[in-house]
Design a binder for this molecule. Structure first.
Ligand code: IPE
Ligand code: IPE
Ligand code: MG
Length: 244
């Protein structure tokens, strides 16, 4: 709960940065390449941005990697994306662990291929005690789906007598989201020109600063991250209070 006006100017880095990594397909198309080339380059960019975010002192970096709506894409593209994720998890986890990164996943585990969930869960367990940046992978993630799931759980608990309907408050809901132990994002960045949230952290981003950039994700650099954080520091966060 924040009650006072907060200017982020000159203050510490945003604790939680969340990124909608969009524009891979257009990046590839503009080069006459198949979309998977954009996704591959995008995975490399994610690696570099994670490193820079860690160096800058960001505590949580959430990467919107595959949405609950992305299952509607043509099966070959979905297969390519899952394949890339497999390769990434197999090749990167040891290095992530060595560098102190903590890995987490948010999203619907039941819709993801079982072997990928095994890799994710292995990474989560291996890195659970690390103290560096937490990389939150949003996979098969959609906010509405997450909220519907939370409502089902609350209804079950109410029916069982564990919760009194009159006592349901914001915390009751927040504690039943995938992000129950992750702070709300301070900054949400969307690359790739579109200006929408596409079902990403709708509850959690209630007071996040939003930055939209035309840069396509495969062209995004550590410098672009620094610029976004610089812009964040210029914003005055009021959380509903009067201005300074
Ligand atoms: C983002 O890039 C990656 C995913 C959604 C998985 P896109 O694949 O959406 O790229 P564009 O928007 O078509 O350029
Ligand atoms: C949002 O990008 C999802 C991810 C980046 C994983 P999309 O490309 O799926 O979003 P829309 O379809 O343009 O809203
Ligand atoms: Mg897109």
């Amino acid at each position: 709960m924040v009650s006072a006006v907060q200017s982020s100017e000159g203050s510490s880095p945003p604790a939680h940065v969340a990124i909608i990594m969009d524009g891979n397909g257009r990046w590839a198309k503009s080069r006459g390449l198949p979309r998977i080339f954009g996704h591959r380059r995008g995975a490399e960019v994610a690696r570099q941005v994670l490193r820079r975010a860690d160096e800058l002192g960001v505590s949580y970096l959430t990467l919107y990697s595959f949405s609950s709506e992305n299952w509607r894409r043509p099966p070959p593209e979905v297969e390519d994306l899952m394949g890339l994720l497999r390769v990434y998890l197999r090749s990167e986890v040891a290095d992530l662990h060595r560098t102190g990164v903590r890995v987490r996943m948010i999203g619907d585990r039941t819709r993801m291929p079982g072997d990928i969930i095994d890799l994710v869960e292995h990474a989560e367990e291996l890195t659970a005690a690390n103290t560096g940046i937490t990389m939150v992978l949003a996979l098969s993630y959609g906010s509405r789906d997450e909220l519907a799931k939370a409502v089902r759980q609350i209804a079950r608990e109410a029916a069982d007598g564990g919760i009194r309907p009159d006592e349901i408050d914001e915390d009751t809901i927040a504690q039943r989201l995938y992000t129950r132990d992750i702070p709300d994002p301070d900054l949400v960045i969307r690359t790739g020109r579109e200006k929408r949230l596409s079902n990403f952290l709708l509850w959690q981003a209630a007071y996040a600063e939003l930055i939209f950039t035309d840069v396509l994700w495969p062209d995004f650099t550590a410098r672009d991250l620094e610029d976004a954080i610089g812009e964040f520091h210029k914003r005055e966060r009021r959380f509903g209070a009067t201005s300074a």
